[in-house]
Design a protein around this ligand. Structure first.
Ligand SMILES: *Cc1c(COP(=O)(O)O)cnc(C)c1O
Length: 462
């Protein structure tokens, strides 16, 4: 090792000296001595390594303290935090799917720092059931006899099949053996549950007689799966749901349906069946997500005939997939939005999906107005028509008309801007089209407009 390197190593400040310096600096003195020591050791060890590798690095105390500050910021700042969704994808699974409504947030806030009636029946002063809190609301909103809520829809399907069909046969159309992404595949979930999959029909056509011929004494259920994320078009067939329900009833079999998104109200676009409609058509048990079109917290909602839901409640898996109290509180709050009658206004994802073109255009105008000062500096800012996706693996055939604000910098590429917008403390997730940043306004809240303008001014002036 050459002597220059040795000299430099010898000059490295001691941990004690750095600690004293750290404690005399107001900002760092808020951390415990233990944490500061650990972090300072790390940065000094890294410096020692760099010097040995022949790198020319600063060894001033101030620089070490700055490096420690960076590391401490990473520890103190939350990794899971808010982002601004400028992609236009309403149910963006990677961005946390559904933002919660005001009532849902209030419900969560109401129990989050206190004890709650989670599994306590106040009237009787006895142990209660966590499922009871939302069962009446679901009965009222869908006509279901009973309800059970679990961790997510994938868990709901696993629980239903484990409970109703373990070591027995489940009949599924070949056109519905879907993969939902994130490795949820119907055949794999059935295998995990111990149920034996009996495929019937073909990819594009399955007839009632196909189901009928597949029924044996070993059959435990017929499973329908909503092809949420793709459509088969052209020469297709699947039997009407009421006929399939009749067939199941004649053989005393439960007809189970994985509805995927599951909407409680009819939507103004697409052809999504309502949960109530499916139950009225004779489906015995439906399962769907809490954080897709319902617009609440992550949950798997199971509704239907009490005789099929009762065994699910006591199944050993039920405990493993049970819903958390925060999600349950959010769900109850969201269901009140529906019960009170204004879900299109009160539930954010439903509101975002049903915005009128005028509303969207007004939002785009608000954003362009806020960005306008940049035009003088050579930035290009214009409103463009775009299509936004509902997302969440729903409505593959639907693209909603929306407006975007396209921004182009006089100095920087769109790729570089996109990266900087994404790497802010409050990230803004955008997309690039024609070498321009496109901000789809569909999923923006009013307060986001100001923040986006602030971000562009920062980018322009630093
Ligand atoms: C989304 C989806 C699932 C998975 O639901 P999670 O709540 O994300 O677990 C299962 N089946 C279908 C048809 C879906 O669309």
């Amino acid at each position: 090792m050459n002597s220059e390197i040795n000299d430099k190593l010898r000059l490295l400040p001691s941990i004690d000296a750095l600690l004293i310096a750290a404690f005399s600096c107001g900002e760092l003195s808020k951390y415990s001595a233990k944490l500061l020591t650990a972090v300072l050791r790390e940065v000094v060890a890294k410096a020692r390594q760099d010097i040995q590798n022949g790198e020319n690095i600063s060894i001033s105390k101030e620089d070490f303290l700055n490096k420690a500050r960076c590391r401490l910021d990473k520890i103190i700042n939350l990794n899971l935090h808010r982002v601004i969704n400028a992609t236009g994808v309403v149910l963006h699974t990677n961005l946390g799917r559904a933002p919660l409504s005001k009532r849902a947030r209030q419900a969560v806030r109401g129990i989050i720092s206190n004890y709650s009636s989670l599994e306590y029946n106040i009237a009787d002063g006895q142990r209660g059931s966590r499922h009871a809190h939302v069962a009446d609301a679901f009965r009222q909103l869908t006509g279901a006899e009973d309800a059970l809520v679990v961790n997510n829809n994938a868990a709901a399907i696993l629980l239903i099949m484990s409970s109703l069909a373990k070591e027995k046969e489940v009949i599924v159309s070949r056109g519905e053996l879907v993969e939902i992404g994130g490795s949820f595949r119907i055949p794999d979930v059935l295998k995990e549950s111990g149920a034996h999959l009996v495929e019937v029909g073909t990819t594009n056509r399955t007839h009632l007689s196909d189901y009928e011929k597949a029924i044996t004494p070993r059959t435990a259920a017929i499973l329908k799966v909503h092809t949420s994320n793709y459509r088969i078009i052209g020469f297709t067939n699947c039997p009407p749901i009421d006929q399939l329900a009749k067939l199941a009833r004649e053989h005393n079999l439960p007809l189970v349906e994985d509805l995927g998104s599951g909407t409680l109200i009819p939507l103004e676009f697409g052809d999504e069946p309502t949960v109530k409609g499916r139950l009225e058509s004779g489906v015995d048990v439906v399962a769907f997500s809490g954080d897709k079109l319902l617009g609440s917290a992550q949950a798997g909602i199971i509704l239907g005939l009490a005789k099929y839901i009762a065994p699910l409640k006591t199944h050993p898996l039920a405990r493993a997939v049970r819903i958390d109290k925060l999600s349950l509180a959010a769900l109850e709050g969201t269901l009140k939005d529906y019960q009170l009658g204004y879900p299109l206004l009160d539930v954010p994802v439903l509101h975002m999906l049903h915005q009128s073109k005028d509303e969207l255009h007004d939002k785009a105008r608000g954003l362009t107005a806020a960005l306008m000062p940049l035009e003088k500096e050579g930035w290009g800012i214009e409103i463009i028509p775009v299509h936004s996706m509902p997302g969440g693996g729903s409505f593959p055939a639907v693209a909603l008309e929306s407006f975007g604000v396209a921004v182009i910098s006089p100095l920087e590429s769109a790729a570089s801007l996109e990266k900087k917008l994404r790497n802010r403390c409050l990230p803004i997730i955008t997309r690039i089209e024609d070498n321009k940043i496109v901000i789809d306004v569909r999923c923006l809240f009013n307060s986001d407009i100001e923040e986006i303008a602030k971000a562009f001014f920062e980018l322009a002036h630093h």
